[in-house]
Design a protein around this ligand. Structure first.
Ligand code: 9MR
Length: 551
């Protein structure tokens, strides 16, 4: 058997929906067939033919595919291939992703800032309150006449961004927006889904309760002039300790156009959604609308203010170049147009030349989807957007067809946060499929879910707590410091790429890894902040696609 092939049968460890496209990657064996056996009776229930061997350049492996999409009876099975030692346990069930969905949302609760997590909600992950953020200093570059340097503001709540304890508006923007869209697209699902969080049992969906925890924080990040502070962090990343043991003075740092435009997009959307809950959230839709309008006005006055890390600060940047703000403008314009119905906003929308899957620094696709779904968008523009979205998705389908693993992941997709990017690509495929239906888009989206949950060369489910071989040691301070062996569940780790920015750290822990093959450049160890950190934005894409799979 080929040396450069899969380590075993690789497939989705969480399981499959009966209606889902289903496939496993198998090593490049001589055999041409595979079979599914019922785990309890031992009877063969399905015979399939393996694909021809095919290379996936990103993994430098030649593998075969066992496609059993044609088999759709719920149950527990073993997938076996002659010449491969270990069988793979396949689970097929309706609602198979509901637990993972609930877990992926609940992880936001586990990462809440300013709150004590009580045993009845958090179980073994209970912890004292930390980072009240009621005393936060205005840093020099953020100062105004009204709030000179050193002014104290209160900015509680929100979620820790990632493995660190900072709070960053740019990343909160795409995260919150994505979660809002998941809620908006699946009202019935989320009216039912209980998360056992402190607000559970109130008159709002728990997903919305969780989102409000962050919206409440985001509102406090808007300066009196309408601009958004870029971030709220200490000067440096925290030591490895629980949040309540790691508190240093925190600052709101700078105001930027990207943070402010994204905030306008989020609050325009949030305003429309809050209007559906006007009984439970009286006055909220109006307040959010005002916040969005004020943000937009500030951005108009400050169209190119980008982030410059002040002397002495070392926390995350989430920075954009002044010439790269077209996508943020497009996003805010699309949402302001939808909120107000006023065409003037579209003057700030320029159709992009190239469309990327969404990420914190690339949001044009979100603008395009918003405009494609808005009944008021001018017809000609809408047509051209639909065409562009279709071309974009078709290019991804070509990647799927070229990949031995059958996934649309290629080249620069393997960057910091590749798993989050994969989740967002799947999200975009579901979105584009609504606008321009094509079963191949769904097939590729399903393949990406399979990839994240185990059909990958590292043979790991990248979601903590879900899957037989799930990530064990994410770069997440709470998980590493809480004395509980299992990591906090429901968090998607960033995933493989060749950057190896954490080389020194991983060598220090005697846990180096080989960064040369993009899809394999991954280390399940605390040291690997470049491949094994968690982050709220990556999780949001996953929540979105799991909701799509849970209708
Ligand atoms: O997600 C961010 C990624 O795109 C950048 O390449 C990387 C390095 O600047 O930073 C990532 O964001 C981190 C942030 O700066 C601080 N909190 C942890 C985030 C996830 O690693």
């Amino acid at each position: 058997i080929d040396k450069n092939t899969a380590v075993g049968i690789l497939a989705n460890q969480v399981g499959f929906l009966p209606t889902q496209f289903k496939a496993a990657v198998v090593p490049n064996v001589a055999t041409k067939e595979f079979k599914l056996t019922d785990s309890s009776s031992g009877k063969i229930v399905y015979n399939g033919v393996l694909s021809e061997p095919k290379v996936w350049t990103e993994a430098q492996e030649t593998v075969k595919i066992a496609d059993f999409s044609g088999f759709n009876y719920p149950g527990e099975y073993q997938l076996t291939v002659d010449g491969v030692n270990a069988p793979f346990d396949v689970s097929i069930q309706a609602n198979i992703y509901q637990d993972a969905l609930a877990g992926a949302i609940k992880s936001y609760y586990f990462n809440r800032n300013s709150l004590a997590l009580e045993e009845r909600h958090a179980g073994v992950f209970e912890r004292p309150a930390s980072h009240p953020d009621t005393i936060v200093y205005v840093e020099a570059a953020a100062a105004t006449q009204e709030r000179p340097e050193g002014t104290i503001i209160s900015s509680p709540k929100g979620w820790f961004d990632a493995g660190d304890y900072g709070k960053y508006i740019v990343n909160s923007n795409i995260t919150t927006y994505t979660l809002l869209r998941a809620l908006e697209n699946n009202p019935e699902l989320f009216a039912q889904l209980e998360l056992n969080i402190p607000e559970s049992g109130d008159a709002l969906p728990d997903l919305l309760n969780e989102i409000l925890w962050n919206l409440d924080w985001m509102e406090t990040m808007q300066d009196t002039d309408g601009g958004l502070y870029h971030k709220l962090t200490a000067k440096r990343f925290e030591d490895l300790a629980m949040p309540h043991e790691e508190y240093k003075p925190r600052f709101v740092v700078q105001k930027t156009t990207a943070a402010t435009l994204g905030f306008a997009a989020v609050f325009a959307r949030a305003s429309r959604i809050a209007a559906n809950y006007s009984q439970q959230l009286p006055g909220r839709a109006k307040r959010y609308e005002q916040a969005a309008l004020k943000a937009w006005a500030w951005a108009k006055q400050n169209p190119k203010t980008t982030y410059v890390q002040p002397e002495g600060f070392q926390t995350g940047m989430y920075g954009s170049k002044p010439e790269n703000l077209n996508d943020e403008w497009a996003w805010a314009a699309a949402e302001m147009f939808q909120l107000t119905g006023k065409k003037k906003y579209l003057k700030s929308f320029e159709q992009p030349e190239k469309v990327r899957a969404p990420e914190w620094g690339g949001v044009e696709l979100l603008a395009l989807i918003s405009l494609a779904e808005n009944p008021k968008t001018p017809k000609k523009l809408k047509l051209s957007i639909s065409e562009q979205l279709k071309t974009t998705a078709d290019a991804w389908i070509a990647q799927t067809q070229q990949s031995g693993y059958g996934v649309p992941l290629f080249g620069a997709d393997f960057r910091w946060g590749s798993n989050g990017f994969a989740a967002n690509k799947a999200m975009a495929l579901f979105d584009i499929n609504r606008i321009s239906p094509n079963p191949d888009y769904i097939k590729s989206a399903h393949a990406l879910i399979d990839y994240l949950f185990g059909r990958n060369p590292n043979n790991v489910s990248y979601l903590t707590g879900y899957g037989e071989r799930a990530v064990k040691a994410p770069h997440h301070r709470i998980s590493a410091a809480d004395g509980v062996e299992a990591p906090v569940p429901g968090m998607l780790v960033g995933g493989p790429h060749s950057g190896y920015q954490d080389q020194a750290e991983c060598e220090r822990y005697n846990a180096p890894y080989d960064p040369s093959i993009p899809a394999k450049a991954y280390k399940d160890h605390w040291c690997s902040y470049a491949t094994n950190e968690i982050a709220i934005n990556w999780n949001a894409g996953l929540v979105y696609i799991l909701a799509e799979m849970s209708r």
